[in-house]
Write a protein that binds this ligand. Sequence first.
Ligand code: BGC
Length: 875
Amino acid sequence: MTTHAYRLTFLMLLPAIISVAQPVCLPVDLQCEYLKNPLGIDAMHPRLVWKLKDARKGAAQTAYQLVVGTDSQAVSRGAGNYWQTGKVNSASQLVAYHGKPLQPFTKYYYSVKVWDHSKQPSPSSTVNSFETGMMGMGNWKGEWISDSHDVTVKPAPYFRKAFTIKKKIKTARAYIAVAGLYELYFNGSKIGNHRLDPMYTRFDRRTLYLTHDVTPQLRSGKNAIGVLLGNGWYNHQSTAVWDFHKAPWRNRPAFCINVRITYEDGSIETISTDKDWKTSLSPVIFNSIYTGEHYDARLEQTGWSTPGFDDSKWNAVADRAAPSQNIVAQVLQPIRAVETIPAKAVRVFNDTNYVFDLGRNISGVSRITLKAPAGTVIRLKHAERLLPNGHADQSNIDVHYRPVGTDDPFATDIFITSGKGEESFTPRFNYKGFQYIEVTSSAPVALSKNNLTGYFLHSDVPPAGTVATSNPTINKIWQAANNSYLSNLFGYPTDCPQREKNGWTGDAHIASETGLYGFDAITIYEKWLADHQDEQRSNGVLPSIIPTGGWGYEWGNGPDWTSTIAIIPWNIYLFYGDTTLLSRCYNNIKLYVDNIDRQYTTGLTTWGLGDWVPVKSKTPVELTSSVYYYVDADILAKAAHLLGRTQDAEKYTALATKVRNAINGKYLNPDTGIYGNGVQTELSVPLCWGIVPDSLRSKVAANLAKRVQADNNHLDVGLLGTKAILNALSENGYADLAYTVAAQETLPSWGWWIVNGATTLYENWPIDAKSDISLNHIMFGEVGAWFYKSFGGIKPDAGEPGFKHILLQPYFVTGLNHAEVTHRSPYGTIVSSWKRVGKKIVYTAVIPAGSTATLILGDKKEDLVAGKYVFEIKN
Ligand code: BGC
């Protein structure tokens, strides 16, 4: 076994660094439901979290006191009319509200004060707020409306209503629930900077509404509200293999809005959707979330959302039933245009044909700005690759599209100019995955690279991690993993932003650690697990893509993919120390596991897709699927234990043991320490997921190391193997070998993509593969998480989750001279960083206030309290 020869003869703590102490402890970064000052929440017991600003050694909280009330002044003085916890002796920095019942439409202020590790009180935090929304279906007023067109009509509808305000406004909120997508305007201005709201759900089971503060947009006198509705996933007009055009919920987009105005005199008026609204078709003459958007600027109606607009030619609206009886608040980080990317280059073929290059692959939209005669038809074809002749190549991404004609070209926007000077177009109800944009024009236009800009759109989750090492390829792989993770986060995790935009379950659980180390993504996962609950059949079965219009219950939905139901709540528990999602999903996990147990009584299951897109060797589906079945049973047993369900804990511990024994009984040769034929996935999946008996771990690991060496220190895995291989090596004494594999730059490797210019992760190892070659897939993305776990060695401890207790086990791998890794946990930023200085390693760790850590180096362990440490380690 090639262990590291750490000689920890000299382990030094440099106290000087610790003495840069802050005199006081202060609670900071308060959040409610993991958002800052959220508006429009429905939770009866919203979760409040905070961090401690306290750089002293051993900083920790010994007690807290929360104050919640409707009067901000009183709250700032420590008095709350809804909840005063008094001093609670607890280190918890995550507390669910349990005061007087919260009322709808109400702003609550809150602050927290803590007692530090020497039991001294801190000052109170700044006052933060959360505001409740509808809190139930009964509070909606008015009706759902649409226009009278059917699902086949292409142009997107406008809606408007003018009204007069006579009194002085104190506050105004717009609550808007939509089946489809929307843009909301008040008096000519678009409200907010979100894109593609509301997020995609199974519309007939759960419909989301948003709350906007529209106080600044309203004025005394005449006002107007304008709404533009897009199809989104609700009215899928494009045709592809997943049959979204046949979704049971499909209908013409519809909405319900309540504009609730509170006047200075305390009275309240609600303007809502009803028969008084009017509708007209808009210049958005076609929109498909899947393919593109077509816009005819000649059809613009100037001032359509302003009060003075003449709507006498507009039509009456049609009443509609609400799409579901479950209209709930959208409480998550919204999609935004997070980065603006100017075109890097343009190739001019002639004055009607240009190809723009953004220089990197993104998910999002492009914006073209130009001057052309009225009626000029500009086509913007988006692609990830170019043909040898320099034109856009969509052959790797349009493969599942089944167009019925030629008027809905794939990943293509069509802009018809008004001819009124310089004009711009950006699609509102579509996004794409692309690097190149081929522009063709029906008439000559003069374009330079300044005429086109890309916008990277994704759920705007705050970054929570960094990785920087002495190896530029590793740094680029990390960056590419982040880019692909974000490109596949649109209120639900997707497989790829160009070809499918499907919520493929397998890809998402594989990528969840990469996501959670790098981003504060809890709000998206909580929403997506609610989507799982909407989709789960009463027999426990989940579809392979979530949400779905019905496709995926028959294909690809074995435990290797749909274990999302257990793995994601468990990872949220590990990363946030919050049991809410685990407890919400508990019965779903149980239904799910019971179903597999009923169908596969031996403990082995053949249900699944297996090691998808492998390099060369195949692993039996039964082996990998049974391992995921074990993982689910094991998580269920642990969850039962945590939630105090003792009988279940025993039952599912026994089931997990049965599955594990069945796997080992059939696949493990105890004499040789080899599973199956001993290929990389066969050895690494059981090692990584705790299947291998302790007595045989080192033997199996040694076999894996030999196998990898025989494979020329390169990968021979698919989707399930990539999740396991690096961890299986580094956790079992072969961190150097794992690094060698991770840092390869020849086929097959992540680095192979990078040295060939990738800025995202790919779907297949050979860059010229004939199929399965999306250039923006997250399914091989575990490598991003592994950097945090290996060079940083930052790992959560299931016993004290949320990084309350941190396991710090950095590997100073041969080949790297330094690595700096950080992760912002619920307690603050953890730093784990090292560099080689001569023959020594200087290792720096920062443990945030409220956390403790165990530093593990070889067979040495060192317990650390909060603070900053510098160690010198002799190799
Ligand atoms: C997707 C994958 C997915 C797979 C399942 C593909 O089309 O892009 O990422 O997991 O299908 O078979």
